[in-house]
Design a protein around this ligand. Structure first.
Ligand code: URA
Length: 511
């Protein structure tokens, strides 16, 4: 071990690591202050041992230097409070915010090492494949995945507590039990507060509990599963609903277990139904095939063919999204528009730095008039969530603005647009790019890649690569999410992980 620069500490404990104890497992502020102070005192990463107040420093006590903990912490306390700020890339700040929630006890040491290296090795910020950076990214990704699962799998049960008995108009208290893998409870609480603003609720976990009284969040100690209430009538209704929506013909057991891993089943009421429903799936599926088909639920749109082409005048570029939508809606520069319900233009903030471009709207998008709201959109949303990118912050669009399909019976089956059709739509996409001015474009699939780069780009051979357009804009090429949805279930998760790896450039790139 190297020699500490603090002479007092060094004289007292020549061989001791400097122990730094944070207040709780997710003490970002404490970590930030300590890291700054350590940097200011030139403490090498290997000279520091990190602890959080939930993880007692037993090894240090065992080695007979218990006093060192208090002594060194006191010595450095003053320095911790007024160390100068350190300038680091913003991506590192957001990486810290997420990775620090990981349950790995070495996370603080890793993050301090990266910080130290960012300051002393300028090349590190340009090396996204550095082992420390990759490790921290993986931790952040695991944390985001845990948050995603908690959002999806928390199940509330209602309790008629004291407050309810005194004021029944306020509604019962809803209580849920969940076992996160990482220290995510406080970070995720605002999500539940926004999502369930109108009800009173509590989420109990082994480490922390959260309460929302309808106006304010509060946190308490951990709980045990026994503290959570037993099943209620609402749960019976939910189970009946689940049983009804269960479609035996679409049962993909492996896929289901990937999405809803078995470790969560013991806290999910509907999981008790999975085994019996799955066992009967084959027979139910066969009965469904024999049943007479029901009539269509959706009316096909009236076809209106406008006699004139309405395109933006070249000299007066369209300046607002509503104006663009209006013009695109009437576009008949190719034949697709006449059969679609409406045009589907891009959506998202005009200040977005990231713009995703797909192929063309699908059935759901055509009906709702919004891009990526169907199954492909859900997969895109999942990936964004896991990458820590909010959908509301990115602009999402398509190379072709109308849904091209062929009718098979009552169903509208997606048909890939021809090059000519995509070329006819090109100027609408260009208008969107001109309005948004994104720092980075993401081409989802071959049609988008061709429209954005002006030439055919074999997607499989070039996935994960960033190309530069003639106008200097960068384009990341990757698969279209529908390509993943078309794969056999057993291949889908691996393909999804590879897709996520392509997209993880987005969290590393400062766009
Ligand atoms: N596929 C796309 O390419 N775009 C959408 O909006 C939906 C599905």
């Amino acid at each position: 071990m190297g020699v500490m620069n603090d002479p007092l500490t060094n004289d007292l404990f020549p061989q001791a690591l400097l122990p730094v104890t944070l207040q709780g497992p997710a003490d970002l502020e404490g970590f930030r202050r300590a890291a700054r102070a350590l940097l200011a005192q030139h403490m090498l990463p290997e000279q520091v041992s990190w602890h959080s107040s939930d993880a007692p420093v037993q090894d240090l006590f065992a080695s007979g230097i218990a006093g060192a903990v208090a002594a060194t912490t006191a010595i450095h306390k003053a320095a911790f409070n007024d160390a100068p700020p350190v300038s680091v890339p913003p991506e590192f700040v957001s990486l810290c915010e997420t990775a620090i929630l990981h349950s790995d006890p070495n996370r603080f040491g890793l993050l301090y090492r990266i910080l130290w290296r960012l300051v002393h090795e300028p090349g590190l910020r340009h090396d996204p494949l550095d082992a420390d950076r990759v490790k921290a990214q993986q931790m952040a990704q695991a944390v985001r995945r845990d948050m995603h699962k908690m959002k999806a799998f928390v199940r509330f049960r209602s309790v008629q507590d004291e407050t309810f008995r005194n004021h029944p108009e306020g509604g019962p208290l809803h209580v849920a039990w969940f076992e996160p893998e990482h220290h995510i409870v406080e970070a995720i609480a605002p999500f539940f507060a926004r999502r369930f603003t109108q009800m009173r609720w509590a989420v109990l976990t082994p480490e922390r509990s959260i309460q929302w009284d309808g106006a304010q969040l509060s946190f308490g100690p951990g709980a045990s599963k026994r503290d959570a209430p037993p099943p209620d009538a609402g749960e019976k209704l939910w189970l009946t609903y689940y049983e009804h929506i269960f479609n035996p013909a679409r049962l993909k057991m492996k896929m289901m277990q990937k999405e809803m891993p078995r470790k969560y089943w013991h806290n999910l009421p509907e999981a008790a139904l999975i085994t019996p429903l799955a066992a009967g799936a084959h027979a139910r599926s066969a009965r469904m095939v024999d049943e007479v088909a029901a009539g269509p639920k959706r009316r096909l749109p009236d076809i209106k063919v406008l006699p004139v082409t309405m395109a933006a005048d070249e000299d007066s570029p369209v300046r607002s999204l509503p104006a663009l939508r209006e013009l695109t809606n009437h576009c008949r520069e190719c034949t697709i528009g006449a059969c679609a319900t409406q045009a589907v233009c891009g959506e998202g903030p005009l200040q977005a730095r990231l713009m995703f471009v797909g192929e063309q709207p699908g059935d759901q998008e055509d009906l709702q008039g919004r891009p990526f709201v169907g199954p492909a959109g859900q997969l895109l949303d999942r990936a964004l969530d896991e990458l820590g990118i909010q959908r509301g912050q990115v602009f999402v669009s398509n190379a072709v603005k109308h849904f091209k399909y062929e009718l098979r019976g009552q169903r509208r089956i997606h048909k890939t647009p021809t090059q000519r059709e995509a070329a006819a739509c090109q100027h609408w996409l260009d208008d969107e790019i001109a309005m948004v001015q994104p720092g980075l474009l993401v081409a989802l699939g071959a049609t988008a890649a061709r429209s954005l780069l002006g030439r055919a780009v074999p997607v499989l051979a070039n996935r994960g690569q960033v190309f530069e357009r003639d106008d200097g804009r960068k384009v990341l090429v990757t698969l279209h999410p529908s390509a993943l949805l078309r794969l056999p279930a057993e291949e889908r998760e691996a393909a999804y992980a590879a897709w996520l790896a392509d997209l993880s450039v987005l969290t590393l790139a400062s766009v």
